[in-house]
Design a protein around this ligand. Structure first.
Ligand SMILES: Cc1ncc(COP(=O)(O)O)c(C=O)c1O
Length: 278
C-alpha cells in the first residue's frame, strides 16, 4: 500500500485507486506514449525538454494531449508538493484511450505518476558494464512509445550473456539501447554518437552540448567496427546519467576499464545539474 497521489484525467487521486479500463488501446494494442523526468530535491531536472518531447511523441503518434504545456507543469508541481518524494521519477503517460472497436483512437487518457528513484546502482559506474548487440530498429524511433517488447524479450539473452543491456543496430550501424543513448570516444578523442534511428535523449542532448566545450563531437553513423577500435564507450539516460561500457559482445573496449572522458563528462553534467538546481 502506498499513500502516493497520482494525476488521472483531470483529478488528483490516491495511486491505489488510479485505474484505466481494459478497453484502453494501451492494453488492447500496446498503443501509447510517455516521458520520464527526474526530480532532485523536489526540482524537476530539464522538465521543459521532457515536456517538449512528450508533446512531440504525442504528435508523431497522432495522439491529442487534452491540456497544454503550462498546465502539465502546474500538475507536476502540485504532485511534487503533495507527494513529498524529493528524489523521484515523474512519469507522464498518454494512452490510446478507450476504443469502441479496440482500434480507433477517440480520447487519450493522461496519467502522471511520481515514484521514488535512486540514480544508477552504486558501483556500476566504477566497474563499467558489458552489453550485447541485436539487430533491430524501433518502429517509431523518434517517439517515446510504451512499446518495449524487444527490450523486455531480450532480457533472458542479456542475463545468459552476463550482460547488463542490449545495443540495437541495423546492418552494423548502431543506434541506441532500449532505454538509453550510445556514445563512443575514438582514439583521437572525438566523441561520436549515432544520429539515425534514435530517440533524441535529453541526457544525450546535454552531453553533446557540454562535451562540445572540450572535444570534437560528431552526430553521425557509428558502426560495430567503430566500437571495436574505440577508446571508450558509454550510455546516457535520465536515470543513469552516464554509464561506461567496457565490453560489447566479445570485444573489450579500450583497456577494459571505464574511460576518463566518460568520467569527466559525468562530472561536468553533475555540476551543470547542481547549478541548475540551486
Ligand atoms: C529508446 C530510448 N532511447 C534513449 C533514452 C534516453 O533518453 P533520456 O536521456 O531522455 O532519458 C530513452 C529513455 O528512456 C529511451 O527510451
Amino acid at each position: 500500500m502506498t499513500n502516493r497521489i497520482a494525476f488521472l484525467n483531470g483529478q488528483f487521486i490516491k495511486e491505489e485507486n488510479a485505474f484505466l479500463h481494459i478497453s484502453d488501446l494501451a492494453i488492447q494494442r500496446g498503443y501509447g506514449i510517455f516521458d520520464y523526468c527526474r526530480t532532485s530535491n523536489d526540482i524537476p531536472v530539464y522538465l521543459d525538454y521532457h515536456i517538449d518531447r512528450f508533446f512531440r511523441s504525442a504528435e508523431l503518434m497522432h495522439l491529442q494531449l487534452p491540456i497544454a504545456k503550462p498546465e502539465i507543469i502546474s500538475i507536476i508541481q502540485q504532485l511534487i508538493s503533495k507527494n513529498v518524494i524529493p528524489n523521484s521519477g515523474i512519469r507522464m503517460l498518454l494512452t490510446g484511450g478507450y476504443s469502441p472497436d479496440s482500434y480507433e483512437v477517440v480520447r487519450p487518457n493522461l496519467v502522471i505518476l511520481q515514484h521514488p528513484l535512486h540514480l544508477r546502482p552504486a558501483g556500476l559506474f566504477e566497474q563499467g558494464i558489458k552489453v550485447i548487440t541485436h539487430e533491430y530498429v524501433r518502429e517509431f524511433p523518434g517517439a517515446k512509445t510504451i512499446n518495449y517488447s524487444m527490450g523486455i524479450w531480450l532480457q533472458q539473452k542479456i542475463k545468459e550473456s552476463n550482460a547488463v543491456d542490449v545495443l540495437y543496430h541495423q546492418q552494423g550501424e548502431v543506434s541506441e539501447f532500449p532505454r538509453s543513448n550510445f556514445f563512443i570516444v575514438t582514439k583521437d578523442d572525438v566523441v561520436a554518437t549515432p544520429k539515425k534511428n534514435i530517440l533524441q535523449g535529453i541526457t544525450r542532448k546535454k552531453i553533446i552540448e557540454l562535451a562540445s566545450n572540450h572535444f570534437v563531437v560528431e552526430e553521425r553513423i557509428v558502426t560495430l567496427h567503430d566500437i571495436r577500435t574505440a577508446k571508450e564507450a558509454f550510455m546516457t539516460s535520465t536515470t543513469k546519467r552516464i554509464l561506461p561500457i567496457v565490453q560489447v559482445d566479445n570485444a573489450v573496449i579500450g583497456n577494459g576499464q571505464p574511460g576518463q572522458i566518460a568520467a569527466l563528462l559525468d562530472k561536468i553534467l553533475e555540476k551543470e545539474e547542481s547549478v541548475l538546481l540551486q
